[in-house]
Design a binder for this molecule. Sequence first.
Ligand code: URA
Ligand code: SF4
Length: 219
Amino acid sequence: MAARTTRTAAEFVPDTADIAVLADAAHGCKGCDLYLDATQVVFGGGAARADMMLVGEQPGDQEDKAGEPFVGPAGRVLDKALDEAGVDRDGLYVTNAVKHFKFTLPERGTRRIHKTPSRTEVVACRPWLLAELEAVRPDVLVLMGATAAQSLLGSTFRLTQHRGEVLRLPESDADLGIDPSVVVSAHPSSVLRGRPEDREEAFQALVSDLRFAAGRRTR
Ligand code: URA
Ligand code: SF4
């Protein structure tokens, strides 16, 4: 049987720990088909040597236009939650598991609707996330939502069963040469998606997850 080659971002990722060089190279990525319809790649941003790194799912509509992560509605929830947790976003590195916006166009209207990336796309984009981890070398890694958690902890990982725990990256990532404290949290968008009467509780859970993660910082 002929071996099937799986497309990933690997061949587009330069061998460097310089985050600016990585970000620049990501503009040329064709590791999966998501680059075809998106406006631009949205690479991570923030402090290049942050001790704490946050990972979301993928850029949304506004991030796709701005070219920066977490600047739309989910970004506003995140900013508010960080503020309440007493964490300064300027000291963090913030990125996503998938670097291009995936969406569908409704039959009527032009508002682009977010679509959850497939497992194949998450796996295809993982080399960028690993390169960011290797460059930034955080002590604390916060995986926000199931997509980020499953990208690094495996497709069967269940977020809700591990909130409030300190986890480690799998053995298979040992060659990264880092061993951050890994904490999972709800995704900021899930606060917006819930019923209005549930939002405050969901928001407070996110704040408490972020506070718990920040408590693992050692620098
Ligand atoms: N949701 C994400 O997961 N990431 C963003 O950058 C924006 C919204
Ligand atoms: Fe490359 Fe990731 Fe964009 Fe796919 S989503 S084209 S793997 S950067």
